[in-house]
Design a binder for this molecule. Structure first.
Ligand SMILES: *[C@@H]1O[C@H](CO)[C@@H](O)[C@H](O)[C@H]1NC(C)=O
Ligand SMILES: *[C@@H]1O[C@H](CO)[C@@H](O)[C@H](O)[C@H]1NC(C)=O
Ligand SMILES: *[C@@H]1O[C@H](CO)[C@@H](O)[C@H](O)[C@H]1NC(C)=O
Ligand SMILES: *[C@@H]1O[C@H](CO)[C@@H](O)[C@H](O)[C@H]1NC(C)=O
Ligand SMILES: *[C@@H]1O[C@H](CO)[C@@H](O)[C@H](O)[C@H]1NC(C)=O
Ligand SMILES: *[C@@H]1O[C@H](CO)[C@@H](O)[C@H](O)[C@H]1NC(C)=O
Ligand SMILES: *[C@@H]1O[C@H](CO)[C@@H](O)[C@H](O)[C@H]1NC(C)=O
Ligand SMILES: *[C@@H]1O[C@H](CO)[C@@H](O)[C@H](O)[C@H]1NC(C)=O
Ligand SMILES: *[C@@H]1O[C@H](CO)[C@@H](O)[C@H](O)[C@H]1NC(C)=O
Ligand SMILES: *[C@@H]1O[C@H](CO)[C@@H](O)[C@H](O)[C@H]1NC(C)=O
Length: 784
């Protein structure tokens, strides 16, 4: 969701009350089918007490009803205090005294489900303490079909398995605090360019891009992680801006009713992306359950008037075009997770500072008298932020034993990304395509961004570390100075030169290059020409090409992604070896940006309003699957990352069938439950391998299992696909067994003809190693 700033929202300023940190005890929420069934009973009793106007209001956002970015109005006579939704997946956006967490991209690069859970849990606890019931995240769409997708960083990885496991950990982490997760954006929202309908000043309409996705690709790639989110109990799914097969996803009967609510057994509600609704009855019967923020467009929402839902739903019920049973179903879907997560029982009140902070964000100026001190909800979250920031940092090159740094006496720091923020602590919120020139990048822009309370820049953290060891730090931060090759102030040549590069991306735009920003190639080459021991660190919202990767003076390369507010501390932990790097690429880095690139559709002139079309003809072959299928050598492959130690695998994989004589397809007599057919989630095969730390220092690695379907599987199957991973920490000389459990879904393909998951009949190949191209041990299993 993305709203341009500059619109005064006077309503946000109402109501001054004392701010107070609510007393919170740890809570674990049961999101099982049984808990949901009990909650449905409560929802039914609630619905029975509503009149028609109230029913329409329960599914229609109202900007005048609260101080959040999306609000459902209270019904005081029933003791219902309303619902508040806030962005987003990385920080509680447009709020004060909150933490900025590592981005989803960083979380995925850690391949550490415990840390991914911990991130979500800490983030959601901030929502809870601020009185926000509904968190607009996590994101599994975009997945990353396009290397240049502007929002890829908000989600996890172009690999559905890694994203699926990350969605599972994140939904659980959020909802265990009693806050609702909204898994988004459903579905095919792979590019920002013309992502939705636009209306010109003359009133002419251009429809949003249509993602045309075939059925098998839908199930095996884009839908896969959403199935994990539903299985984990996600309260809500957000339908996306774009069209899918020519129909807007927020009114797409096939996707919402047949696939999501039918095949996946989803019992929660579908919330629209903001202003993504283009019809009333059609959307409601098509499966949309909640219209956010409620109005038709910005002008009308601020005038508080028209909506495709609201009054139009009541008249549609009255004239018989919308069955009341469907309206009741919509409310039941909204209120079931509310009761299941016990949000009716002692949920904290809204932080009264939410209104003024949001107003300042939109209006730029509010009177000082309207400011209310915020609740500080950060606690010790800096610890998990710092830890995950380091865990999601990937060491790509390390020659000449450059890293870890031992005791350099002179350190050079270069590049605008090393600097503290220079344009405000929410500079990533700027509605532009470039971010600000000077200041480190720890989070991307748009609705998924956040306002910092504190940030530790790389330069500040390096200086603090250098002071402890008596080292001298010299630096040039201005990239125009570096691009002009003016390094005369650097004397003597530092023992190590660390260049910090950044790559901004924001909701609303796609990237136009894979090169890092601000003359990065020139900056690296100029520093490396003087400094034979140059370390390049990228802070990036996505994939970068690295034209300087083979420069012998570039002795180390680190992809540090978007680490959140502890960014400087996280990178110092890695540079000095306090933390042994264990991050692995959650995507593939190409040599050249044209390698396996799927260009963003970008029409410059059109002859019909429906002309924006994206045909997903590559099927499942995105990212490493495309490199493997086309036999293109990447610069650094999916799953790759170095360590300061070395790891070895045992000589064989042992496998065990866990179910005798499984049927080819799930039992047709068993009913679908939340998450889909229960058989899909049953473990069929266990694979075990031994891993050992063969080096000299302790550290963690990620053991990865890939699967290749047999030749009898349908054409278009990837060469191999990730089907298991385990992050494991070992002391030097220690070894451990790693078990992988392969579920029916993991070993099946989606059969278009029978509309179900089917196990292949031939031999399935399993390959285990430390990246998608470092597969050391192989075996085969036959399940049928
Ligand atoms: C429904 O209840 C509300 C109070 O929540 C009241 O203001 C409204 O008039 C009622 N509408 C109808 C149609 O009865
Ligand atoms: C899109 O249309 C194709 C061709 O008719 C169909 O096979 C596929 O299932 C549709 N996909 C979605 C997501 O509706
Ligand atoms: C119903 O929707 C139409 C647009 O189709 C809008 O003009 C009208 O104002 C809406 N009515 C209400 C009560 O919001
Ligand atoms: C019923 O009401 C809805 C909402 O106002 C409107 O869109 C629709 O055209 C109406 N249908 C009939 C048959 O009057
Ligand atoms: C680093 O190693 C490369 C290749 O072995 C060598 O050419 C280069 O001189 C070394 N650089 C330093 C600073 O030792
Ligand atoms: C640096 O980049 C800017 C645009 O980002 C460009 O205008 C300028 O020419 C570049 N400087 C050099 C020396 O290449
Ligand atoms: C799309 O085209 C417009 C106009 O030429 C350009 O400004 C924009 O950068 C392009 N976007 C992408 C992602 O290429
Ligand atoms: C590497 O550094 C040495 C010593 O400063 C310099 O002579 C050489 O030109 C540099 N090489 C590159 C490719 O920049
Ligand atoms: C990438 O490949 C294209 C086409 O072969 C070429 O024109 C371009 O210079 C290459 N870019 C880089 C950065 O190597
Ligand atoms: C997308 O596919 C449709 C149907 O096959 C075809 O008519 C259209 O030209 C394709 N569009 C593009 C941009 O390739």
């Amino acid at each position: 969701m993305y709203i341009k700033s500059g619109l005064l929202q006077a309503f946000l300023l109402g109501g001054v009350a004392a701010s107070r940190v609510p007393d919170l005890s740890e809570r674990t929420v049961d999101s099982s089918a049984r808990a949901w069934a009990a909650a449905t009973e409560k929802a039914n009793r609630f619905i029975a007490q509503l009149n028609l106007t109230e029913k329409a209001a329960m599914v229609t956002g109202s900007s005048s009803a609260g101080r959040c970015i999306g609000n459902i109005a209270a019904i005081p006579r029933l003791g219902f205090t309303g619902l508040c939704t806030q962005d987003g997946p990385t920080a509680l956006n447009r709020a004060d005294l909150v933490s900025v967490f590592p981005a989803g991209l960083t979380a995925a690069a850690s391949w550490d489900e415990d840390l991914i859970y911990a991130r979500a849990n800490a983030l959601a606890s901030e929502f809870r303490e601020k009185g926000v019931q509904i968190l607009l995240g996590p994101s599994a769409g975009p997945m990353g079909r396009h290397t240049m997708g502007g929002r890829n960083w908000e989600g996890f990885s172009p690999d559905p398995y890694l994203t699926g496991r990350s969605m599972d950990a994140t939904v659980r982490g959020i909802q265990d605090t009693g806050v609702q997760a909204v898994s988004k954006h459903f579905i095919g929202n792979e590019q920002e360019t013309q992502r939705t309908r636009t209306v010109s000043e003359d009133g002419s309409v251009v429809e949003g891009i249509s993602a045309n996705i075939d059925d098998r690709t839908l199930h095996e790639l884009y839908l896969w992680p959403f199935a994990d989110a539903v299985k984990a109990g996600t309260a809500s799914l957000m339908c996306s801006y774009n069209r899918v097969n020519q129909t807007y996803s927020c009114e797409n009967d096939h996707l919402l009713n047949t696939v999501l609510k039918g095949q996946l057994g989803f019992k929660g509600y579908v919330m629209s992306d903001f202003f993504a609704v283009h019809s009333g009855v059609k959307a409601a019967t098509g499966g949309l359950d909640m219209n956010m923020p409620g109005g038709i467009d910005l002008a009308s929402i601020y005038a508080g008037s028209t909506s495709f839902f609201g009054g139009n739903l009541t008249s549609a019920v009255n004239n018989g075009s919308l069955p009341i049973a469907r309206l009741d179903d919509m409310i039941r879907r909204v209120m079931t997770p509310y009761y299941a997560l016990k949000q009716d029982q002692g949920f904290p009140t809204q932080d009264p500072s939410s209104g003024p902070v949001l107003a300042r964000y939109f209006a730029q100026q509010i009177p000082i008298s309207a400011e209310i001190p915020a609740r500080d909800v950060r606690h010790n979250h800096a610890d998990v932020i710092r830890k995950l920031g380091a865990a999601g940092t990937v060491l790509l090159k390390n020659t000449n034993s450059t890293l870890p740094l031992v005791s350099p006496k002179t350190i050079g720091v270069f590049g605008n990304d090393a600097a503290d923020l220079s344009a405000g602590l929410d500079n990533a919120l700027k509605d532009d395509r470039t971010g600000t020139p000077l200041g480190t990048l720890d989070i991307g822009g748009g609705s998924g961004s956040g306002k910092h309370t504190t940030i530790i820049s790389p330069l500040d953290a390096i200086k603090a570390r250098a002071q402890k060891i008596g080292a001298r730090v010299s630096y040039i931060l201005d990239n125009t100075v570096l691009a002009a090759n003016d390094l005369h102030s650097i004397y003597p040549t530092p023992e190590v030169c660390i260049v910090f590069l950044k790559t901004y991306a924001s909701e609303g735009y796609d990237r136009t290059t894979l090169e890092a920003d601000w003359n990065s190639t020139l900056v690296v080459n100029n520093v490396a020409a003087r400094c034979p021991n140059t370390v390049v660190v990228t802070h990036s919202a996505g994939i970068n090409i690295m034209p300087w990767a083979s420069n012998p003076n570039v002795t180390a390369i680190i992809a540090a992604h978007l680490p959140g507010e502890q960014t400087g501390n996280s990178i110092v932990d890695i540079l000095w070896g306090d933390v042994n790097p264990s991050g692995k690429l959650p995507y593939t880095i190409p040599v050249n940006e044209t390698d396996c690139n799927i260009p963003i559709v970008n029409l410059t002139s059109i002859s019909s309003p429906t002309e924006w079309q994206a045909n997903f003809t590559e099927g499942q072959l995105i990212d490493y699957r495309a490199f493997d299928a086309k036999n293109v050598t990447p610069l650094y492959e999916f799953g790759f990352g170095l360590s300061y130690t070395t790891f070895d695998l045992g000589s064989s994989i042992s496998t065990k069938a866990l179910v005798k004589n499984p049927s080819a397809a799930p039992n047709p007599k068993t009913a679908v439950v939340i998450g889909g057919h229960p058989d899909l989630w049953l473990d069929l095969v266990k694979a075990t391998i031994q891993v050992s730390n063969s080096g000299k220092v302790a550290g963690a690695t990620v053991v990865q299992l890939y699967m290749s379907l047999p030749a009898d599987a349908p054409a278009g199957s990837p060469v191999r696909t990730l089907r298991g991973f385990k992050k494991i920490y070992l002391k030097p000389g220690h070894k451990s067994n790693v078990d992988f459990y392969l579920k029916r879904r993991d070993l099946s393909y989606w059969d278009v003809a029978s509309q179900q998951w089917v196990l292949p009949t031939g031999e399935i190949s399993l390959q285990v190693g430390f990246s998608s191209r470092d597969l050391r041990i192989k075996t085969t299993v036959r399940v049928l």
